[in-house]
Design a protein around this ligand. Structure first.
Ligand code: CA
Length: 234
């Protein structure tokens, strides 16, 4: 995935089967300066992704020929870096959680508001280019955390973390042993006003734990500080 300085001029693969919604979203995105490829089916989305990697995938979970969650997992498995935003039906909370667990970085709910979508895409792409603060590595048990990029390795074996998981890890690792509040994490990792939303952070923390904890159900590294946030224990 090409590194972009901001959302303008980035390429979006829009996977949406409803032609009316697809056209409206494509127009909104193009108005914000994005180039858009529209894939109305899962098969078309696979072909488009194989042909050329977009900067971001916007993925409707309800597709006629395919399970959007399966597609999301597939895209995530193929490329750990690829930013994926899922589009879900407004009221369906289980969809949001399932989509995030399938590897999505973020989500928007239908009906999609153009300005909100643009803000989320900008925020997701901008993250990769924010000035890196930390340097060096932090040793946590048998883990080694690169403070600049948030990469994690265990006994010289790189762990496979998504871009968002690395970013989350980096925020925690720059202040080891201290509480980083939920609000701070949401603001710094997603860079957008998500303060009301607990699912986004909860699911990503859960995913991060499955990568870095020996026993994710009994975390020793990424600790919950109830009512406040999270703390990286060393
Ligand atoms: Ca649909």
């Amino acid at each position: 995935v090409k590194d972009v300085s901001d959302a303008h001029g980035s390429s979006v693969l829009l996977v949406e089967d409803d032609p009316r919604i697809g056209r409206a979203l494509a127009m909104t995105l193009q108005d914000s300066g994005h180039s858009v490829r529209l894939a109305p089916t899962g098969a078309a989305a696979r072909a488009a992704l194989a042909e050329r990697l977009p900067d971001v995938v916007l993925l409707d979970l309800g597709l006629p020929d395919d399970d959007g969650l399966v597609l999301c997992r597939e895209f995530r498995a193929a490329d750990g870096e690829l930013p994926i935003i899922i589009v879900t039906a407004r009221s369906d909370s289980t969809d949001v959680v399932a989509g995030l667990e399938a590897g999505a970085d973020d989500y928007v709910s239908k009906p999609v508001v153009g300005s909100e979508l643009s803000a989320r895409i900008s925020s997701l792409l901008r993250r990769s280019r924010r000035p890196e603060q930390g340097t060096g590595t932090l040793a946590v048990g048998d883990l080694s955390i690169d403070l600049r990029h948030g990469r994690v390795s265990r006994r010289d074996q790189d762990l496979l973390l998504t871009r968002t998981e690395r970013r989350l890890m980096r925020e925690l690792a720059t202040r080891p042993g201290q509480v980083v509040t939920r609000e701070e994490l949401l603001e710094r990792v997603w860079g957008y006003d998500y303060f009301e939303d607990t699912r986004l952070l909860d699911v990503h923390i859960r995913r991060l734990r499955t990568r870095v904890e020996t026993d994710p159900s009994d975390p020793r590294v990424v600790m919950t500080v109830r009512g406040l946030g999270y703390r990286l224990d060393t």
